[in-house]
Write a protein that binds this ligand. Structure first.
Ligand code: GUN
Length: 293
């Protein structure tokens, strides 16, 4: 069993971007600028956005964190996005999800100009991705593809099972793994809460991507010996022994599954850091595209 070390791979990507930004600076070119919008005080969202802003600073990107009250109206948020769309210095916009219930995710995502949609959630980018055209690809599935690429894992012809059908991870992951790309060229099954014989389907998988957000859902009896297991889950579970009061749990029962695998991602330190690295790559690309770098 080999660990797919997201910290190590993301470090390599972040170091490469840092060099590229230093080069832009010496050439007097535009530096990538990410605007991150955070609505309310969701603890996990605060952590994720904080990590994104911190990584921008480390690379040398500019970033603007826009913090908004939980009670902000949908209209005010939409107007703010329009201002960010029109701000020529800003290359990428992300609005951290989930949003409060009174705000429509769909309206907010649709309001972001596709050329600044570094999360890859806008229907224009989703449509391009489905067609295999250049597009901003959602950071988590993009990060997983970069990880498979880094470890030179040849996925051609493999049976891939994606558990979870969210727009952020499961669906785009299924599209990318089935694409005529390397990594890619998998035969993909996408499973969800209504799937019958889930255990059996997973047991036939050469690659399992667990992205359903249920701690320790994937157990040893669901995994074929030699399978590759990618764990997207990162749920806060109460744990009095931790200073924070919670432990982070993946969607995979790591201790019993890991010995069976050819490769597996740990939680934390697997997919999480790759998500941030992929977002940074998207932001760099958005700046290059807009400014002809
Ligand atoms: N919430 C969970 N994952 C993501 C993500 O990749 N982007 C945004 N904007 N919100 C998220």
């Amino acid at each position: 069993m080999e660990l797919l070390d997201g910290k190590l791979v993301s470090r390599a990507i972040i170091d490469a971007l840092t060099l590229q930004v230093a080069q832009l600076k010496t050439e007097g070119k535009k530096i990538p600028h990410l605007a991150a919008v955070l609505v309310g005080n969701n603890g996990a969202s605060e952590t994720y956005v904080g990590a994104k802003v911190k990584t921008c600073a480390e690379i040398g990107f500019k970033s603007s964190l826009v913090r908004l009250e939980e009670t902000i109206t949908e209209n005010r948020l939409l107007n703010l996005i329009e201002e960010l769309n029109n701000d020529v210095d800003i290359d990428g916009i992300l609005v951290q999800l989930p949003l409060p219930k009174h705000i429509s995710d769909e309206k907010v995502i649709n309001a972001i100009h596709p050329s600044k949609d570094v999360d890859g959630f806008h229907p224009v980018n989703v449509g391009k991705m489905v067609q295999g055209l250049p597009a901003y690809v959602p950071a988590t599935p993009h990060g997983i593809m970069l990880m498979l690429e880094h470890y030179k894992i040849d996925t051609k012809g493999m049976n891939a099972v994606v558990v979870g059908r969210s727009n952020i991870v499961g669906r785009p992951m299924s599209i990318l793994l089935s694409g005529n790309t390397n990594p890619g060229n998998c035969t993909v099954t996408i499973c969800h809460s209504h799937t019958r014989h889930l255990e059996e389907i997973c047991r036939n998988a050469d690659i399992i991507v667990a992205a359903l957000g249920k701690p320790e859902f994937v157990t040893a009896s669901m995994v074929k010996p030699g399978a590759i297991v990618i764990d997207v889950g990162i749920t806060r579970v109460p744990d009095a022994s931790k200073k924070s009061g919670f432990a982070l749990k993946g969607d995979v029962k790591f201790d019993e599954v890991a010995p069976l695998c050819s490769y597996i991602t740990p939680v934390p330190g697997g997919v999480g850091p790759m998500t941030i690295a992929a977002l940074m790559k998207n932001t760099y690309a958005a700046c290059a595209e807009r400014n002809g770098n």
